[in-house]
Write a protein that binds this ligand. Structure first.
Ligand code: 76R
Length: 248
């Protein structure tokens, strides 16, 4: 058996994708829409408060294309909190004008491929901050799930630790070229959802997603070993932009 990578876990993550029932929303009275928006803004304010207390983080983005209209990404200490959040939201008037189209459950994960031997990562404030990150409110988000292949000679899980380390170093070096331009949050979802990881990227320039992901395709770890699910891309929604999106 090859050596399993050691992982550190941080906050649990829920990516909650919704579409608006535009017909129902348009047919609602001004009063109903106003009540729904009040509730929505109440929730956004609560989530911002949790973030201000550093007990979690939430970011809301529109989704371009027909896969969803918007996405709420929540990070919280426990799976129970994520469950409470989604249920509370589902009970709102606003949620009755939306329908769930996709979700992804995972946990912020760092692996030890690039770790410095002999140091306790949990003593390192930078690492702790990466495990419990305040989500950037950058202009764009890109989310997709990913597996490492287990197929004949291309079986990631049968490789030696040294081979995986070498490949992950090369992966990390490509990633570092995008420092400051793209922020990545890797969430592990083995046992939680249908794929092994969720990849969430943030950038102020959406084109950098394409550049980074394309460059990585040529790197062995992605070229030989990565399988991907659906890609979601969208734009940051602050309270004002969210209200604008919903304006009839
Ligand atoms: O954590 C670190 O920054 C150390 C280096 C590193 C690891 C261990 C790193 C760096 N990643 C790591 C792990 Mn990554 N990453 C992806 C994708 O589209 C594709 O081809 C793959 C999707 C992108 C775009 C990306 C970006 N990374 C992982 C893992 C876990 C693997 C495992 O455990 O087997 C996955 C699934 C994954 C996938 N990676 C970086 C980036 C970027 C931008 C960096 C540099 C981060 C920085 O230095 O700030």
């Amino acid at each position: 058996m090859s050596e399993a990578a050691q992982t550190l876990e941080g906050w649990y993550a829920l990516h909650d994708f919704r579409s608006v029932d535009w017909t129902a929303w348009r047919l609602a009275t001004e009063q109903e829409r106003a009540t729904a928006l009040d509730e929505l803004h109440g929730f956004l304010a609560q989530w911002a408060e949790v973030e201000a207390q550093k007990n979690g983080s939430t970011a809301v983005y529109s989704i371009v294309g027909q896969k969803a209209d918007f996405m709420i990404m929540h990070l919280r200490e426990t799976l129970e909190e994520l469950n409470e959040l989604e249920t509370a939201f589902n009970k709102t008037t606003f949620a009755s004008f939306t329908y769930p189209v996709h979700s992804y459950v995972s946990i912020v994960e760092l692996s030890n491929y690039m770790a410095q031997p002999g140091s306790d990562p949990l003593e390192n404030p930078e690492i702790v901050a990466r495990l419990k990150p305040i989500l950037p409110k950058w202009k764009h988000i890109c989310f997709y799930p990913m597996n490492k292949r287990r197929d004949g000679n291309d079986n990631w899980y049968m490789l030696s630790m040294d081979d995986r380390k070498t490949m992950m170093r090369s992966h990390g070096m490509i990633g570092r070229k995008y420092a400051g331009k793209v922020k990545q949050i890797i969430t592990g979802s083995v046992g939680f959802d249908n794929w092994e990881w969720g990849v969430t990227l943030f950038s102020d320039d959406a084109l950098q997603f394409k550049k980074l992901i394309y460059e990585m395709r040529f790197d062995e770890v992605s070229a030989r070993f990565a399988d991907f699910g659906d890609f979601y891309v969208g734009n940051f929604l602050d309270n004002e932009k969210f209200a604008h999106l919903l304006k009839i």
